[in-house]
Design a protein around this ligand. Structure first.
Ligand code: UD1
Ligand code: MG
Length: 467
């Protein structure tokens, strides 16, 4: 079994991003950039059946990366190394070898940067192949052609090997070179042990460059990849946007292959953690965030915004609805223009119609709140029908109170219930009632002013316009 120490460089300031978040933790589709690199690395180690360790070099705002590590599902396969001052990429590798001495004993060392989130396992495999197939070679760097190479290190090939010149240090002539350094390398660890300590910071930045692992006099080779897409580096917010758009396209393509229909895929925005089952249909202009899951056969119409929403099978979320931290069970229907707030469960085949807001409530199976209502801190029983313009008066200015309505009941239009309150099963509340006392099962309740009708009295009230 081959053994490999894998180092992810994530200590840099990311000055060019101009964000307060360290670059490694900046998100593409709601997921930190470093997680994309880590996933590709884990795929690679798995497919190559490697014995490995992963070291993440942290420095700038290291507490945030420590917190990320602490909460990570792959925490156990990663070790952190602290680069005290950000003196360049070679200094970062040195920090890893000093802090994690086991890295000295692996046969190979792979180095990748946390800011190249398009990397795929196959890129590492291809690079590794080149090194393994060439026994005299001691190190390889992935390179690609870039028409606008500004910012990248340039690959200067010579008869035996090559070296890399950074933008800042490059002459006019060298700046014209379009073969650039991707920042991904696999090197025999013995070579690193030999030369890492000798790298100087005698350059325009005054930094220790990892690229100096490669010199014309060493047995090293550049491996030219036909496309640079997987090596896109994120150094600015504009580059972040480019990368996010590619991630989104890739994600939607995978979902389409698994049987999800997007009516206009270019208008949908999804975060990486979203799951959508086969047979679901997504209309134009939909935003799906966080841990949202869409079940098989469900339809999400235009303009809907769902964050951490669990939508089970065959649910209809009609146009312009907003759902957050809620569960919508099989066959239910929401909207159009409904707002479902956190801690809400909408039961099987239940219905929430237009201009209805539901908060921290449970509508049980088959319950209906079809029009213009506010339901907060409530439980509404199976098959109960709530008429138009219903309001749970759940807040007394200090505390929130519960409303409980049983099953198979009927609440007429324009009712308010003053919580805390209970209405039983098969109860009937007449339209226009303000209910302040509980209503037992089977009871009829009406609470509204009595109607007085005076024949011929309308003229006293009708105003007539003077001509
Ligand atoms: C680097 C390469 C360049 C290559 C480019 C590809 C060097 C000197 N240059 O330049 O040849 O074309 O990547 O994207 O390596 N970092 C640390 N500690 C430090 C400095 C940086 O951990 O002291 C980390 C950063 O967090 C980042 C990575 O190293 O993840 C690369 O640093 P960055 O400043 O982005 O280097 P580039 O200028 O992109
Ligand atoms: Mg970079």
């Amino acid at each position: 079994m081959k053994s490999m120490g894998i180092v992810i460089l994530a200590a840099g300031k990311g000055t060019r991003m101009k964000t307060s978040t360290p670059k490694a933790l900046v998100h593409s589709l709601g997921k930190p950039l470093i997680d994309y690199v880590l996933e590709a690395i884990l795929d690679f180690t798995h497919s190559e059946k490697l014995e490995f360790d992963i070291g993440v070099v942290i420095g700038h705002k290291k507490e945030l990366l420590e917190e990320w590590h602490q909460n990570h599902s792959q925490k156990n396969v990663m070790k952190l190394a602290w680069q005290r001052e950000q003196n360049g990429t070679a200094d970062a590798l040195k920090a890893c070898f000093n802090e994690l001495p086991e890295f000295n004993s692996y046969e190979y060392t792979l180095i990748a940067c946390a800011d190249t989130p398009m990397l795929k396992a196959s890129d590492f495999s291809r690079l590794f192949e080149q090194l393994k197939n060439n026994p005299s070679c001691i190190g390889v760097a992935a390179t690609f052609e870039e028409k606008e190479p500004f910012g990248y290190g340039r690959i200067v090939r010579s008869q035996n090997g090559f070296h890399i010149v950074e933008e800042k240090d490059a002459s006019e002539e060298i700046r014209k070179i379009t073969e650039v350094n991707s920042g991904v390398y696999i090197v025999k660890t013995s070579h690193i042990s030999e030369v890492l300590g000798k790298i100087s910071n005698n350059n325009k930045s005054g930094e220790f460059y990892l690229t100096d692992l490669f010199q014309d006099s060493y047995e090293v080779s550049p491996v030219l990849f036909s496309s640079g897409e997987n090596f896109l580096g994120v150094n600015t917010l504009e580059q972040l946007n480019t990368v996010s758009q590619i991630h989104l396209k890739e994600m939607i393509r995978k979902l389409q292959l698994s049987g999800v229909t997007f009516l206009r895929p270019e208008t949908s925005y999804l975060e990486a953690s979203v799951e959508i089952a086969e047979g679901a249909m997504i209309y134009p202009g939909v935003t799906l965030l966080g841990k949202t899951k869409i079940g098989a056969g469900s339809v999400i119409e235009s303009g809907c915004f769902l964050k951490n929403a669990i939508v089970e099978e065959n649910v209809q979320i009609l146009a312009h609805s907003y759902l957050e931290d809620a569960t919508i069970q099989v066959g239910a229907s929401i909207g159009p223009m409904a707002r479902i707030r956190p801690q809400t469960i909408i039961g099987k085949k239940a219905k929430v119609g237009n201009f209805v807001e539901v908060k921290k409530s449970h509508l049980k199976d088959g319950a209906k709140v079809s029009h213009l209502s506010y339901v907060g801190d409530a439980e509404i029983g199976e098959e109960t029908n709530i008429g138009c313009g219903f309001i749970t008066c759940n807040y007394d200015g200090v505390n929130k109170h519960k409303t409980i309505i049983g099953k198979n009941s009927f609440i007429g239009s324009d009712c308010q219930v003053i919580a805390p309150i209970e209405i039983g099963d098969q109860a009937f509340v007449a339209a226009g009632s303000t209910i302040t006392k509980s209503v037992p099962s089977g009871a009829f309740a009406v609470a509204r002013g009595q109607q007085i009708t005076k024949e011929g009295a309308a003229s006293r009230f009708l105003k007539v316009k003077k001509k």
